[in-house]
Design a protein around this ligand. Structure first.
Ligand SMILES: Nc1ncnc2c1ncn2[C@@H]1O[C@H](COP(=O)(O)OP(=O)(O)OP(=O)(O)O)[C@@H](O)[C@H]1O
Ligand SMILES: [Mg+2]
Length: 233
């Protein structure tokens, strides 16, 4: 599904070039659940943003669903992002002025889904996440855990093939975080490919493979023993 070849990302200023991704080579198959770990500033978000086509590499190749994303025009990339990728953020990134239902509906509008179908897809999500009673509330009227549920509902309402989660539990208490991890695990069982970034070793083991990044490079890439994996319940 995803192939990165000799990928580099850098930023130039007047005096020097700073590399934040260095010679990344990575293949991720459909159905995988990958955890990315590493110190702050190691380049984890950068990598996720490149994979999600929100950012682009300076050098190297990126194939997404067998298409050369590094060669695609901006418009085509936006289309790929809208149709195949869901993104969950640490800071939720909900729109404060929109209700829960409207937030969840937003990506479907961009995707061009008709109003009636949108309503039914949003209703399914509200139902699934037990948020029907909250649908007309604004994000500020929800707990952090509930806001992240809305963030996840919005990310998956369009049925993406790939779900990218950049520290989805970073702003949550550990119990809320665990709920979110269980939800990701369940979504993966249902077939969505997931790449998550986390600093939490316990949550890392929800993934089936851990890629560690240090100073822009992949340092290790290991399968998580099924014994270490929390059971889906
Ligand atoms: N627009 C930019 N201009 C210059 N440098 C940038 C830019 N965006 C990111 N960087 C640098 O790239 C490096 C990697 O950033 P990135 O956000 O990918 O780290 P991270 O691994 O996600 O860290 P954290 O765990 O703190 O979220 C950092 O040193 C950052 O300062
Ligand atoms: Mg980050």
């Amino acid at each position: 599904m995803i192939t990165l070849k000799n990928l580099f990302k850098y930023y130039d200023n007047k005096f020097q070039r700073t590399y934040v991704s260095k010679d990344i080579n990575l293949t991720i198959n459909e159905g995988e659940f990958v955890t990315v770990m590493g110190p702050s500033g190691a380049g984890k978000s950068t990598l996720l943003n490149i994979i999600g086509m929100l950012d682009e590499p300076n050098e190297g190749e990126y194939y997404f669903l067998d298409q050369p994303a590094h060669e695609l025009k901006e418009k085509k990339k936006t289309e790929f992002h809208r149709n195949y990728v869901g993104f969950i953020f640490q800071a939720f990134h909900l729109i404060d002025e929109m209700t829960v239902a409207e937030n969840i509906e937003t990506p479907l509008i961009y995707k061009g889904v008709k109003s009636k179908e949108r309503q039914s897809m949003v209703a399914d999500m509200l139902d699934r996440f037990n948020m029907v009673a909250k649908k007309d509330l604004f994000p500020a009227q929800l707990s952090g855990g509930q806001q992240q549920l809305v963030g996840i509902a919005r990310a998956i309402v369009g049925k993406p093939k790939l779900l990218l989660a950049d520290e989805p539990t970073g702003n949550l208490h550990s119990e809320q975080g665990k709920e979110i991890m269980k939800l990701l695990q369940k979504l993966n069982e249902e077939g969505i490919t997931i790449i998550q970034v986390t600093h939490n070793e316990d949550f890392a083991a929800y993934g089936k493979r851990i890629v560690r990044i240090a100073d822009g490079r992949i340092e290790s890439d290991e399968i998580v023993s099924s014994l270490a994996q929390p059971q889906l319940s």
